[in-house]
Design a protein around this ligand. Structure first.
Ligand code: FAD
Length: 303
């Protein structure tokens, strides 16, 4: 593909968007790994998101949407086509018991806005480091709460560039699953339905969750959170620690000694180090317990 021509064409239709060729994705993932994206775009507004989506659909250029990169491993060969990041669309507005947030807003900031307006229901999200779009897509959850409990409406853009508004009957939420993933919908905006509560109690809950995270998670290192989904009736972290894998290192990636479900980047890891370590963990757990553990983290990019 002639990427400089594509760049010129996109610049002509989206003059306000930030566009770059051969952008290192290691700068945009929490684990600080990943090869180059052929074309990296940060649109300035919804109209430009729509134009870029339509353009890539018509020209058949692969389009990947990313949030804050807290739950992805991008392979070292990088991502072909366009990578679009929506963090310029980050408005949060509060109306009575509802919060409307754009896709690129931080879900932590949504929980802070809820606290400020005495709204309860978003406390669980106070330490989840992703964007609103990523949180909807993953049905992110923690400490007994999850997106599916509070999401009322979502505005999405389909791969064709058409807009659609979804409500509770459309979401098809499951454990780390959603319609957004199934149908390849790009989230543009979410409306959360919350309940009036006591600020003191909301703050207490958030403080408790924050302190639990600080005690249990290796927040001092780059990571992508829990790498594996919870298998039925057990915990991936327990299977990994019972397999004696904590501290196991491949290249610069290490199974955290603090939380066995996390893989931390301790020394200039590559995505290949991460992927080899994931495979090693899966094979070891399968051999010892005959249980297959699936990744929760999304692995994307050229193989
Ligand atoms: P990304 O990692 O950028 O993307 C994840 C997936 O979502 C990708 O497939 C991407 O294509 C897709 N996506 C992103 N934006 C959009 C959009 N606008 N529309 C459609 N698809 C989109 N997760 C939990 O659930 N609970 C936790 O307690 C938790 N704790 C964590 C702690 C740490 C230290 C870390 C690093 C991660 C943790 N995570 C947790 C994982 C992660 O933060 C969440 O899954 C988060 O919701 C991902 O959001 P993101 O913006 O970073 O998405």
């Amino acid at each position: 593909m002639n990427y400089s021509r594509i760049l010129d064409e996109i610049k002509a239709i989206c003059p306000h968007s930030f566009i770059r060729l051969a952008e290192p994705m290691a700068n945009h993932t929490f684990i600080q790994t990943g090869g180059n994206a052929d074309i990296y775009i940060k649109p300035e507004n919804v109209e430009e998101v729509q134009k870029i989506t339509r353009y890539s659909f018509i020209k058949r250029i692969p389009l990947t949407i990313l949030g804050y990169g807290t739950n992805v491993i991008i392979r070292d060969r990088g991502i072909r086509g366009i990578v679009m990041i929506l963090d310029n669309l980050n408005e949060i507005k509060v109306y009575e018991n509802e919060i409307k947030a754009e896709s690129g807003a931080s879900i932590i900031d949504v929980s802070k806005a809820a606290l400020k307006h005495h709204l309860s229901g978003m406390e669980f999200a106070c330490g989840i480091p992703g964007s609103v779009g990523g949180a909807l897509m993953m049905n992110a959850g923690a400490y007994g709460g999850e997106i599916s409990f509070v999401l009322k409406k979502a505005k999405v853009i389909m791969m064709s560039g058409d807009l659609r508004t979804l409500d509770e009957s459309d979401f098809q939420f499951g454990y780390r699953r959603s319609i957004f993933e199934k149908e390849n919908y790009m989230v543009l905006e979410a409306i959360f339905q919350l309940e009036k509560g006591s600020s003191m109690q909301i703050q207490e809950k958030m403080d408790r969750f924050t302190s639990l995270r600080q005690q249990k998670q290796p927040l001092e290192y780059p990571s992508c959170g829990s790498v594996f989904k919870r298998p039925p009736n057990c915990f991936a972290g327990k299977l990994i620690s019972d397999s004696g894998l904590q501290g196991k290192r491949i290249g610069g990636a290490e199974v955290s000694t603090k939380h066995a479900g996390f893989i931390v980047n301790v020394n200039h890891a590559t995505s290949t180090d991460y992927l080899h370590l994931i495979q090693y963990i899966q094979e070891t757990v399968k051999r010892k317990y005959n249980i297959e553990i699936e990744t929760e983290v999304k692995i994307i990019g050229e193989e």
